[in-house]
Design a protein around this ligand. Structure first.
Ligand code: APR
Length: 239
């Protein structure tokens, strides 16, 4: 098992838990998003086809909410790690907020899409978007009206960037799973893939996700406390 100090290539997966301290709800904690709304109605293509206005309202609210909060110490710790890390580095997030970007992360892939992006159903173009999407919204590329959907990967759709993610996992020497329940595939399978590639796998979560056999180490507690200290330790080992 490679020691931390031998970790030339690092892959990190984050989930809703890393944004919790910024004030954004997670999905499956008590009172989480999926306890308040049925994911089949707002996070599936079928739900969108049935009631597009309800889906647009759901993401309009989440977009406004995410733009109104700030990155927390855990986001900043990962941006600091990226800047100082001597080897390959990739941050994969399941989150659709832009808090990693606003903390300074650049080597970042959103595998479930982004709230600040829209997709045109007519011409399939993608555009940065920070306003509410309503029926009058017009596609900047084709001029289509009412053709814009949230650029979010819904259940049953194919996550983005999987080729790049799998390539990075094959080379990883260190894999960190941060603030995710590890219940949704393919992200839930990344720890196993990294471990098979010989990586050291570490879970950093409020509570252990119950998948301890996948991880060489589990660090529990709020990410705003545990992650800055972990990054300090990791960088000290690099000296
Ligand atoms: N610090 C660290 N971890 C935390 C914190 C915190 N302050 N608060 C909560 N957590 C942990 C919880 O213990 C839980 O394991 O974050 C995890 C959040 O899990 P989920 O709510 O299931 O969110 P996530 O894993 O990101 O969901 C994955 O499911 O619905 C889909 O597309 C959606 O991307 C999402 C995916």
């Amino acid at each position: 098992m490679p020691q931390l100090s031998d970790a030339p290539s690092i892959v990190i997966l984050t989930g809703a838990g890393i944004s919790a301290a910024s004030g954004l709800a997670t999905f499956r904690d008590r009172g989480g998003i999926w306890a308040q709304v049925d994911y089949r109605e707002v996070a599936t293509p079928e739900g969108f086809a049935r009631n597009p206005a309800k889906v647009q309202d759901f993401y309009n609210f989440r977009r406004r909410e995410a733009l109104a909060v700030e990155p927390n110490d855990a986001h900043h710790a990962l941006a600091r790690l990226e800047l100082a890390w001597p080897g390959d580095f990739l941050l994969v997030t399941q989150n659709v907020d832009d808090l990693h970007e606003r903390a300074g992360s650049k080597k970042l892939l959103h595998m479930h899409g982004e709230l600040n992006s829209v997709l045109c159903l007519k011409c399939e173009s993608r555009h940065g978007w920070r306003e509410d999407i309503d029926a009058a919204a017009t596609c900047p590329a084709c001029g289509g009206t009412g053709t814009l959907r949230p650029d979010i990967v819904w259940f049953g759709e194919i996550p983005y960037h999987m080729d790049r993610i799998e390539t990075a996992l094959d080379k990883a020497a260190l894999f960190l799973s941060i603030g995710t329940s590890g219940t949704v595939y393919p992200a839930a399978g990344f720890a196993e893939m990294a471990r098979r590639a010989g990586a050291r796998t570490i879970e950093i979560n409020l509570e252990a996700s119950g998948r301890g056999s996948l991880f060489h180490e589990c660090i529990t507690g709020p990410a705003t406390d545990t992650l800055p200290a972990f990054v300090d330790r990791l960088l000290a080992d690099q000296q």
